[in-house]
Design a protein around this ligand. Structure first.
Ligand code: FES
Length: 132
């Protein structure tokens, strides 16, 4: 157990471990303006993002992630990056920005951050489709 934790801490940055162990913005927004759910067929992980939008700003954001520690850390960091931001900025969020904010992810875990980017973009698409 101690050895496993030691190996994981060597693989992952302090920020990844922090967001994995203390994820921010976990939960559901019942009256969300946009919801995006994505999954990775290979690993089976699923991520769901809820957006509350007011006056073109992300007023609130929550997530539910059923997946690995990197996916949880990526969701947590991604929600922190978009909270309070205008939609024009949110649209530009990339998995690279999420990974950089986490001080990196191991190469075989980069797809976890892609899930966060995709879930947010899907939630935005859902929001825009409801505006029409
Ligand atoms: Fe698939 Fe992390 S291993 S999202």
């Amino acid at each position: 157990m101690v050895l496993t934790i030691y190996i994981k801490m060597a693989l992952y940055s302090e920020k990844v471990m922090d967001h994995f162990l203390n994820p921010r913005n976990v939960g559901v927004i019942e009256d969300a303006d946009g919801i995006g759910e994505v999954g990775n067929a290979k690993c089976g992980d699923i991520m769901k993002i809820y957006l509350k939008i007011k006056d073109g700003i992300v007023e609130d954001v929550k997530f539910e992630t059923f997946g690995c520690g990197s996916a949880i850390a990526s969701s947590s960091m991604a929600t922190e990056l978009i909270k309070g931001k205008p939609l024009e900025e949110v649209k530009e969020l990339t998995n690279k920005a999420v990974t950089e904010a986490l001080d990196g992810l191991p190469a075989h875990k980069l797809h976890c951050s892609v899930l966060a980017e995709e879930a947010i973009q899907k939630a935005l698409d859902d929001y825009y489709s409801k505006q029409k």
